[in-house]
Design a protein. Sequence first.
Length: 356
Amino acid sequence: MRYLSRRPKSTKALNQAPGTVTYVGSKEESETLLEVIDYNTQHFERFTSKTPQDAFNFEAEDRTTWINIDGLSNTVEIEKVGKYYELHPLIIEDIVNTNQRPKIDEYQDYFFIVAKMLYFKDDGHLINEHISIVLGKNYVLTFQEAGGDVFNGIRDRLEQGKGRIRSRGADYLVFALLDAIVDHYFIVIEEMGDRIEALEEQLFASEPSHDTTQEIQALKKTMLRIRRAVHPLREVVSRLEKVDGGLIQEGTINYIRDLYDHIIQVSENIEIYRDMSWGLMDMYMTTINHKMNEVMKVLTIMASIFIPLTFIAGIYGMNFQYMPELDEPYAYPILLFSMALLVSAMVFYFKRKHWL
């Protein structure tokens, strides 16, 4: 079973002036790659580039432009994009800081959103990807730490003209991006629920091992990180529903409300599975104690059976000269028979009490 890998805490951004663009993340040598999608109901254009300037020629009022930037370690290129779109220096700082919690900041001409993408790779490894979204008039900027995301379905809908996404503006595209992120939260939570149930069955069906405790601890830590990634997004979506400024159209508000219902449902499921994961350790300890009690019960019954036998053997093992039974020719068989009868009586009594 594979779980979310823990990132080391970075100290790069300490003791620096606010707005200083310093990459904080684990992919130091990732290459910056831009993907540009420009569209409306009648037009669609898509291309990729390694040069930020190639994304600066799409400003048509009747079209929406989505620019996706992969790779945050090259801060010079990120600053070029930010300077062209007149992004605040604090936004550029948060874009390249992958430890930033989900949030939303409102500016005069654009909104800035930070979220976390959670999805499983083909090998079953859970990815926690930092993503920043800038919503402006007729354009959307998305910044990712590296390639790979949950937006392929949106790209296909845009290219094939399916649904209503090509006929709506940039605000609906932001909704679609957040909706894809939340949809994958459901997939992640369902998978974590299956892993919790599998561990429960393992605890009851077989002998718990030391590996079981490690799996439980890893599961608890993973659920905690998922909770940290998901819970702040509730506030983001809630504020997105109430923002002013004209960037969010009235027709998109209903979709955002539905998205808020989904994130609330995800948060409730996270709390349920988090409690279940924390209860697994108690269940493990209960199982261990139960098996220990079973062992102690068997040992206690065996000791109870042999205590009277030991008492009898101890009496007749004493070296006294005058013992009346020593002169009887059948004393030894009678003693063995009495001991066997005593054992049988005790076993019968234990079974009547359901101790055996």
